[in-house]
Write a protein that binds this ligand. Structure first.
Ligand code: ATP
Ligand code: MG
Length: 819
């Protein structure tokens, strides 16, 4: 009975008969029965449908053909050098330079960076448009009507936001939000559809958090361009195919494994460029964005970040005649601090950390109330509503609560821009409205002002700083998560700076004798707020130090990070990115540590039984049927062994991927075999491996470039099974009926998978602990892991989705039920 069950589990589609020995100790363990199997496949389907997300494949295919092509490539080396390394470094430099050019302080390129994660494009463009004549739009209202100005500004904002929001909703949905979360998910092994498409890149012209996505997208585009152009020629013309050996690219980097390295470096460069922080960028990629890291990736990221920062610094030098890379660098005398100030910094950090965690909690609640992504009209309405609210806040708050203060004299932190910085807004001549100034300025400029607050006489009174903190927090919480391509990194920093400066002025009032610098508290506040919201550690320290050029304040910054992380962790369990990943349907993020829910489980508890397998030589009809009826991407390949050998039955010999099968069919690499024979000793292709097959290996890579549904940078359709079937019928006269075994000759049209299948796929025994499975999966970046019994027979298969399911359901140890 138990044996029958196992037979069923093992190979539902096998044609060969099994002659397993009559007593099998493993048969006593009735591995996952049908009900569990149904449950195990129920969720993955919904997961799949939600975003159509599949896994990336980092595991190389060790096939006979692969081995052969590698040998040929090695023979072609010039004194042992193939040029691949040089090509990789060159690509890295190009990525860095391009990323550096995407950010520049003059806003020459229109940017979508946002004060509230939303109105940035408006603010930046309107500053460009309206502030150039030394008077801002708001200033002009002194002379004109406030209502008219409000309507004009709001209308302009709504228009620009509508454009960017429509782009996001109707053209490039993956461009929504900061993008860091999805970069993290991608680098973890989730293939996000269209995430690096050209449309997404265009929609996402922004700064800071969006820059991480832009950097990653540029890196992805570079690998695509490098890898695809030559092979396009090869793959498309028959004549060049035949001379493939001589001409084809030695290396192409458009595969999941190489791409992930470039994308890690690109993401690092994006952040480095946004803050002028090369080391910060590398550390950010290491700590937050990347899941796979090595010394090589570290070097590549460092080079990429350095190039990006260097380009940025050159642009700065050309514009401001100084090569300060830090985007918020002090351009004035730096204040000092004493060790006995540290406790006060810690107090500021505690409160900022609480605020950070509070942002996470409120965002979580607010996000649930938002209209679903499919209701595009409601999403547009929402965005417009929030824009109008934001503009109203910007206009009304300064009017109701702002103070009119004397414009400070002397050199101001931001060099040339000072006169433009202070906004008069209904105040008399020579004065500025502090709240209007803070709310209408670019976040970066306001932060610079706040970080530079020194002495006792300041430009911003305590109460107004508190109001500003509250309004920025309010605005970015309501705007974060809308259908706009903006992030929350800058807004968090701005709110933190404002809050810190406010704390600093309060401390000044409490301890008048102490030489307290509100500007330093602003830096600590920014850092602590980032710590509370994102829960990163060393990368934030370095970003702040490099961004402000303030290596002298490293101690307060470290105190801020440590204290805020600790406080925030006790209030809310996850940082903004992790919380987003948890909410995101379809994505399963594998952390580096195995989840405790898997502790008591084994591989056989989490695997999917009823594995669809193929024989080494398999009828085309069967392959087509499986491909048509399932969406699985990997199929174990089995060999029938005769009863004389020990442990006879269907042995596991390899793994074949869906795209390989599709390509073999498309290329028509099948022939007629005798269907009565269980085994074909020799390959259908005579030895040595014909050239045709090596070409196929190459075109398999070309296939990756063009036809994988989610790897399209520009659009091109993947070959559908139906299309291939139609083509088979048309070109080769192989209709469904012709594929059936011929009754007389017993011949059948079949594929020989042996030269192409991965001969060294990883397997685990059914007793292997689930946590170990998790670690193997995570560290090697696997897509399929086959589970075998003691006779090397496949009894199950594990994919990322099975692990996700097991973690969700937890503690259901089936394999122990019968003990
Ligand atoms: P991915 O979509 O992550 O690239 P995949 O398409 O091969 O991988 P999934 O879509 O993740 O597989 O699998 C959905 C479910 O089907 C999982 O529970 C998995 O274990 C199972 N599965 C995968 N391959 C096979 C197969 N060849 N036979 C039977 N079940 C399979
Ligand atoms: Mg799938």
């Amino acid at each position: 009975m138990a044996e029958e069950e196992e037979e069923e589990i093992r190979a539902p589609l096998l044609t060969g008969e099994s002659d397993a020995s009559s007593w099998d100790p493993e048969a006593l363990d009735p591995s996952p029965p049908g009900a569990a199997a149904a449950a195990a496949t129920a969720l993955p389907e919904t997961l799949n449908n939600e975003l159509g997300i599949e896994s990336l494949d980092y595991d190389p295919v060790f096939s006979v053909v692969h081995a052969k092509t590698t040998t040929i490539k090695q023979n072609r080396r010039l004194y042992g050098y193939t040029g691949a390394t040089l090509a990789k470094w060159s690509i890295t430099i190009c990525i860095g330079v391009l990323v550096g050019m995407c950010v520049d302080e003059s806003n020459a390129i229109p940017q979508l960076a946002m004060i509230s994660g939303l109105i940035a494009y408006v603010i930046e463009s309107s500053q460009e448009f309206l502030v150039t004549e030394k008077k801002s739009f708001a200033q002009k209202t002194v002379e004109g009507s406030l209502i008219l100005s409000f309507l004009g500004f709001a209308g302009f904002s709504v228009l620009l936001i509508l454009i960017s929001s429509c782009l996001v909703l109707f053209w490039a949905p993956p461009a929504a939000g900061g993008g860091v979360t999805l970069v993290m998910a991608y680098l973890n092994g989730n293939d996000i559809p269209d995430f690096f498409k050209l449309s997404t890149l265009i929609t996402k012209v922004g700064q800071e958090a969006p820059m991480v996505h832009i950097g990653a997208a540029i890196a992805s585009a570079m690998t695509w361009m490098h890898g695809s152009l030559p092979s396009d020629k090869d793959a498309s013309t028959k004549s060049s195919r035949s001379c493939w050996n001589a001409k084809a690219t030695n290396f192409d980097f458009y595969n999941d494994k190489d791409r992930r390295e470039f994308i890690s470096a690109g993401a690092a460069a994006g952040l480095a460029a946004a803050f002028g922080a090369p080391i910060g960028g590398v550390l950010y990629s290491l700590e937050e964005a990347s899941s796979f890291w090595s010394k090589k990736v570290m070097w590549r990221s460092l080079l990429c970040c350095t190039c990006a920062t260097m380009v940025l610094a050159s642009i700065n030098e050309w514009q401001f005649s100084m090569a300060l890379p830090g985007s918020m660098a002090f351009r004035q005398l730096k204040p000092g601090f004493r060790i006995r100030d540290l406790p006060l910094f810690a107090v500021t950090s505690v409160f900022a950390g609480v605020l950070g965690a509070f942002v996470n909690i409120v965002h979580d609640r607010v996000d649930r109330l938002r209209p679903a992504a499919t209701r595009k009209f409601s999403r547009l309405l929402e965005v417009c509503g929030i824009t109008v609210i934001s503009v109203a806040v910007m206009y009304l708050l300064p009017l109701a609560l702002g103070s009119c203060l004397q414009v400070p004299e002397g050199p101001l932190p931001d060099g040339k821009m000072d006169e433009k910085y202070w906004l008069r807004y209904k105040c008399s001549k020579g004065e500025y409205n502090d709240l209007a100034t803070l709310l209408f300025s670019l976040p970066r400029k306001s932060m610079q002002q706040l970080y530079n607050m020194q002495g006792v006489k300041h430009q911003f009174p305590t109460a107004d700083l508190a109001i500003h903190t509250g309004s920025v927090l309010f605005l970015f919480i309501i705007a974060y998560g809308t259908a706009t391509p903006g992030g929350i990194f800058m807004p968090s920093m701005l709110a933190g700076a404002s809050f810190g400066a406010c704390m600093g002025t309060i401390f000044q009032a409490i301890f008048p004798g102490e030489n307290i610098q509100p500007g330093l508290h602003a830096i600590v506040g920014s850092t602590a707020m980032l710590g509370g919201v994102f829960r990163a550690s060393i990368s934030l320290v370095v970003i702040m130090v490099e961004g402000t050029g303030g290596i002298d304040f490293i101690l307060p910054i470290i105190v801020a990070i440590v204290v805020s992380n600790w406080v925030a962790h006790h209030i809310y369990h996850a940082g903004a990115y992790e919380a987003d990943l948890e909410r995101l349907g379809g994505v399963y993020f594998m952390h580096s540590e195995p989840p405790h829910q898997l502790a008591a489980l084994t591989a056989s508890d989490i695997m999917s039984p009823n594995v669809i397998c193929f024989q080494e030589v398999v009828p085309v009809r069967e392959v087509l049927e499986v491909l048509r009826n399932t969406r699985h991407n990997g199929f174990p390949v089995l060999r029938h062994t005769s009863a004389e050998n020990s442990g006879a039955g269907e042995k596991f010999v390899g793994l074949v991927l869906r795209h390989q099968l599709l390509l073999l069919l498309e290329e028509g690499l099948f022939s007629e075999v005798d269907s009565s024979r269980q085994q074909h000793r020799f390959s259908l292709y005579e030895k040595p491996i014909p050239k045709q097959m090596l070409i196929l290996e190459h075109s398999m890579r070309a296939y990756h470039h063009y036809h994988h549904p989610h790897r399209r940078f520009l659009s091109s359709r993947p070959p559908e099974v139906a299309r291939i079937e139609a083509e088979l019928a048309r070109k080769r006269n192989l209709a469904e009926a012709d594929m059936a075994p011929d009754k007389k000759t017993k011949k059948v049209v079949a594929l020989d998978l042996r030269p192409f299948m991965n001969r060294a796929p990883l397997t685990v025994r059914r007793e292997c602990s689930a946590q170990r499975v998790y670690v193997i999966f995570r560290t090697l970046g696997l897509r399929h892991l086959c589970v075998t019994d003691s006779h090397n027979r496949v009894i199950g298969i594990i994919t990322r989705k099975d692990i996700a399911m097991a973690q969700k359901q937890g503690f259901q140890k089936k394999s122990l039920q019968h003990w």
